[in-house]
Ligand binder design. Sequence first.
Ligand SMILES: C[S@@+](CC[C@H](N)C(=O)[O-])C[C@H]1O[C@@H](n2cnc3c(N)ncnc32)[C@H](O)[C@@H]1O
Length: 356
Amino acid sequence: MSRQQPKKCCQEQQLEEQTQFLNHHFLQCAELVLPWLTPQELAAISSTCKTFRQYSKSVTLRRSLDASRSFETFPVPFYNLVDQHPYAYFIYTPSQFIPSSSSSPQRQSWGSKLDPSLSNDPVAEMGPEGNKVSLVDEKGENEYGCDCERCEKVSDENVFGCPCMDSEGLEIVNECGPSCGCGLECVNRLTQRGILVKLKVLRDLRKGWGLYAAQSIQEGQFVCEYAGELLTTKEARKRQQIYDQLASAGQFSSALLVVREHLPSGKACLRVNIDATRVGNVARFINHSCDGGNLSTVLVRSSGALVPRLCFFASKDIREDEELTFSYGETRVRSNGLKCFCGSSCCFGTLPSEHT
Ligand SMILES: C[S@@+](CC[C@H](N)C(=O)[O-])C[C@H]1O[C@@H](n2cnc3c(N)ncnc32)[C@H](O)[C@@H]1O
């Protein structure tokens, strides 16, 4: 009897070591896998065991601390004092991009202990649209955009020598871009350095999430660009129909924006469809205000890039804690449009709507 005792201890010890080994790997797997799950999947898996429940909680907490997933300079936290939603789920892209069946991201890690923007992320790899798309002639040389030799020596004093500053039309601002010799430090790339003001996302019972200033912002300051999937008009129309159906069934917010750029001839109009509903940046939380709000929209064309970007600038001095809003448009084609709760004295009562 006394001789069998050590053998049993040895078995127990082996079993304990195996259990510890499995536990360790189980926890490592959980830490790797859970940040890739949607909120619904997280909820489902967290009901299966205590360990998953604890991991899901920490993923949820980390998600609510930064809507931008470290892609932007400052974290953009969610605050909700009105209901149970800790955050809004979407895939983050800091700049607009053209989706394709092979490159369109289906999932993105969010809420991991690791910095997600450094991870193997499809959107991060895609880069800004301007880097991917440029016009070239048959020799492979840039057909559009300047060579910007003067821009390489640019300083605050001689920036106006840059040919990229010559605007084609009133509503478009031209910036240096992929076809220029200068880098991000160039003063003519104001909107290409990401979001440099502190922002936060607050929940409202009637409007849903909204983007707020977390610091004072001066009139004229660049706030952010409206980033998302660049769609063909056919695809935009198809998606808008689906979004309208979902919205009329309640509890659905779409973020598909249509921008029309009138070409200098005045005879043609370039239409840009940006959908930030599934893939976008924090601009997808900007709500509408019938009085025009405190943001102005400017189309910015980077030299050598095909499509202009829609950028938001402060149209007046903005106080810390103020909601950031702009006007979604003037047209209201739907008599039964969504109710507007902008609260301005000139509120129309319904949100703008148009035939896309
Ligand atoms: C681009 S999203 C803005 C973010 C959105 N509130 C959310 O929770 O994701 C546009 C949607 O927000 C809501 N929205 C925006 N402005 C609003 C307003 N003034 N009144 C009511 N709802 C508004 C509508 O549901 C609209 O379709």
